[in-house]
Design a protein around this ligand. Structure first.
Ligand code: F6P
Length: 317
């Protein structure tokens, strides 16, 4: 029996727990011995690696976050700690590794592979949906649904008052969450890092809308834009003459009960990863686009910048 390990790295996402469940069940079905690495690359370095069984994953499919913990490991960026990680894997005779993580985690993995040739598959997992080569990252659907519920709730209070609400979404340098939210929430304005803007170009239009009877504005502002959300609220107060509030959704977007889509995607991503490793694939990121799943080399994924879908950007006013 071969030994296979899984770890979660970087920002957690809803969908990691369903992925862990599938990992244990499918590994055992394929006569592999499953191991959990706790707390991301930190656990690899500190030898926090334990054999996993059915009982470890019972009842976790409904929970956000990750049962085995995650971390952003700065130590893993140092060669001596990566050597230590490899030593720990060798001691347990673990030759196959699955990493759920985002762009930063894959960069670390790329270096680790080049140095130690550990066979791996990466599963794109970040609510930012900002990994080059894949249209979908695990956790995005749950995050979008949490944001949808939050924006719908804010609309209730916004429509009761004459106010502008600036709702800030996560995404680091990527406006995907904000853009999809804008399209699906019927908000008035969306600001994303990928598109420069000048608020003053909206001034006349917004004033006219108020004259025509508009009572409130909903603005979706992505993290990483050229201004703080409070500055946008100040602009609405000073230039448009409407009372304004800022609502930063923050880490609420990363948690919550995984949606059906993320449970299914977790199941499929892990199945693809284990199958690929059993077929002898040495290194790959499991990517997903409109044609389905495909495997890409990690260099191709991490060495090219992610670009937000141009068709989506065109939908911005
Ligand atoms: O990458 C996921 C993400 O939630 C980003 O959207 C955000 O910028 C960042 O992580 C927040 O990181 P932390 O949880 O370390 O504060």
């Amino acid at each position: 029996m071969k030994n296979i390990a899984i770890l979660c790295s970087g920002g957690d996402v809803s969908g990691m727990n369903p992925a862990l469940k599938r990992f244990v069940e499918y590994a055992l079905e394929k006569n592999l011995t499953p191991y959990f690495v706790y707390d991301g690359y930190e656990g690899l370095i500190d030898n926090n690696i334990k054999e996993a069984s059915y009982s470890d994953v019972s009842g976790i499919i409904t929970r956000g976050g990750t049962k085995i913990g995650s971390a952003r490991s700065s130590r893993f960026m140092q060669k001596k700690f990566r050597q230590c990680a490899k030593k720990n894997l060798d001691a347990l005779d673990i030759s196959l590794l699955i990493v759920l993580g985002g762009d930063g985690s894959f960069r670390g993995l790329d270096i680790f592979y080049k140095e130690h040739k550990i066979k791996f598959c990466g599963i794109p997992s970040t609510i930012d949906n900002d990994i080059n080569g894949t249209d979908y990252c695990l956790g995005v659907d749950t995050a979008l649904n949490i944001i949808k519920t939050s924006v719908d709730a804010i609309r209730d209070t916004a429509s009761s008052f004459k106010r502008a609400f600036i709702i800030e979404t996560m995404g680091r340098e990527c406006g995907y969450l904000a853009l999809i939210t804008y399209i699906t929430s019927g908000s008035e304005l969306c600001l994303i890092p990928e598109k420069k803007y000048d608020l003053n170009t909206y001034e006349e239009d917004f004033k006219q809308q108020i004259k025509n009877g508009r009572r409130y504005f909903i603005v979706i502002a992505s993290e990483g834009i050229q201004q703080e959300s409070q500055e946008i609220a100040d602009w609405f107060e000073e230039k448009i003459g409407i009372e304004s509030r800022v609502s930063i959704l923050g880490h609420i977007q990363r948690g919550g009960n995984p949606t059906v889509k993320d449970r299914v995607m977790a199941y499929k991503f892990v199945t693809q990863a284990i199958d690929a490793l059993l077929e002898g694939v040495e290194e790959a990121i499991i990517c997903y686009d409109r044609f389905g799943f495909n495997l890409k080399g990690i260099e191709e994924v991490v060495n090219n910048p992610h670009k937000l879908d141009r068709e989506l950007i065109k939908l911005l006013k």
